[in-house]
Design a protein around this ligand. Structure first.
Ligand code: G3I
Length: 370
């Protein structure tokens, strides 16, 4: 009897307080998320607002910011060929599943990235395990089909849109297709096949071709030519993804207007899939560090230039919102960006709308102005 009184009198209230404080803390952050309007609310009449995430970021204070500001997510690396399918007979679902579960739990839309890319593709895809030689076109296409069918089927009904093929067009003026191993072994055929297999695995998923440097007229012309060619062959391409890795010196408002105008005339679903605005002049190739790269101060001058580019971007995204269904930022905050290691390894960049303390920056307040 004494134990019962001790439990009812002492332990129970303790447990209750404890769970109250935990759930109160969680409720507090989600309630705050509920209370305070975020980007997703400010742009709800135009397009969804997404963010690229890692499984780790969902276990930190960044999770609260994601719930407050965004209504869509993209796995930054977890669903790419290498991370999710490291060996022929081995899939690594943990990272992708944790992001899918978070999206489902919190009613966030989820974009899949990416089913076929020349980067982060494990060597086994192209190598005959018995001979070590390069595989034939038939073998590579079969491996690509198995990969796409397996991954798309697993996330059927959870992922609403896939970047099926990423960056297949060459940056070189006199070259049409990027000479990737997929292209060298299969020619252009791998692209149409990839879309066909993704569509067969999930007929409801929106299928995108995704690329960067789309503001370059010569590259844009090639991307549009390829998509028109695929459409003419009846290939199920539903959308085009403009990555949007831009900077304080590009694009100009005119460059971006003509880019969005050209792609809107394709009549496809258009999405900005990897937006960030570097505070350093735009470069497309990795390079060694130079003396000036040691100056990584985020000056007021750099911030004002960034504010202007973000303002131009969102003014035009709203103008073309009949064609643009989603705008996704590549990474959450300046706490960590892929641009901290590209084009110069270890040069801190500040390309996003939230600072390292997850506080909105000037560009945030500028773009949400009515
Ligand atoms: O996971 C390994 C880890 O085990 C290892 O200890 C560590 C050591 O280097 O590397 C980790 O892999 C890194 C991976 O990110 C996960 O963090 C790779 O080295 C690194 O190269 C990879 O960088 C990713 C990059 O794509 C690869 O090309 C960036 O995070 C990611 O933001 C970036 O995203 C691409 C889009 O997919 C396509 N468009 C361009 C965009 C920027 O490059």
């Amino acid at each position: 009897m004494k134990q019962i009184f001790f439990f009812v009198g002492f332990i129970l209230p303790l447990a209750l307080v404890n769970s109250c404080s935990n759930s109160k803390h969680l409720d507090k952050s989600t309630n705050q998320a509920k209370i305070k309007e975020g980007l997703k609310d400010h742009f709800k009449e135009y397009f969804t607002i997404g963010v690229a995430v890692s499984p780790q970021s969902l276990k930190t204070d960044e999770a609260g910011l994601i719930l407050q500001e965004f209504n869509s997510m993209t796995p930054e690396n977890a669903m790419k060929m290498g991370p999710i399918h490291p060996l022929e007979n081995q899939y690594n679902w943990a990272g992708g599943d944790s992001i899918a579960a978070f999206a489902k739990r919190n009613n966030l839309k989820l974009r899949g990235h990416t089913l076929c890319w020349h980067n982060q593709t494990p060597r086994w895809f192209f190598t005959d395990s018995a001979t070590g030689k390069q595989v034939s076109k038939e073998v590579l296409l079969q491996r690509l089909k198995d990969h796409i069918t397996t991954v798309v089927s697993r996330y059927k009904g959870t992922i609403y849109a896939w970047d099926v093929v990423n960056e297949a067009i060459s940056d070189k003026k006199d070259e049409y297709m990027r000479p990737s191993l997929f292209y060298q072994i299969c020619g252009e055929e791998f692209i149409a096949k990839a879309f066909q297999w993704a569509h067969e695995a999930d007929p409801n998923a929106l299928l995108f071709y995704n690329d960067y440097n789309e503001i370059n007229p010569a590259k844009r012309e090639k991307i549009i030519r390829m998509i028109k060619d695929l459409k003419a062959k009846g290939v199920p391409v539903h959308g085009v993804g403009l990555q949007g890795h831009w900077a304080i010196n590009e694009p100009s408002k005119e460059q971006l207007e003509s880019t969005l105008k050209d792609f809107s005339e394709l009549g496809l679903n258009m999405q900005i899939t990897e937006l960030d605005i570097s505070v350093y002049p735009k470069e497309h190739n990795a390079r060694e560090r130079k003396a000036e790269d040691y100056d990584t101060v985020f000056t007021a001058e750099k911030e004002m230039k960034q504010v202007e580019v973000y303002k131009n971007c969102f003014d035009l995204f709203k103008k073309y919102s009949k064609h643009i269904s989603s705008v996704t930022f590549w990474n959450i905050s300046d706490r960590r960006s892929w641009l901290d290691n590209f084009p110069v390894r270890g040069r801190k960049d500040y390309p996003l709308l939230f600072d390292a303390q997850l506080k909105p920056k000037k560009a945030y307040w500028e773009i949400i102005k009515k």
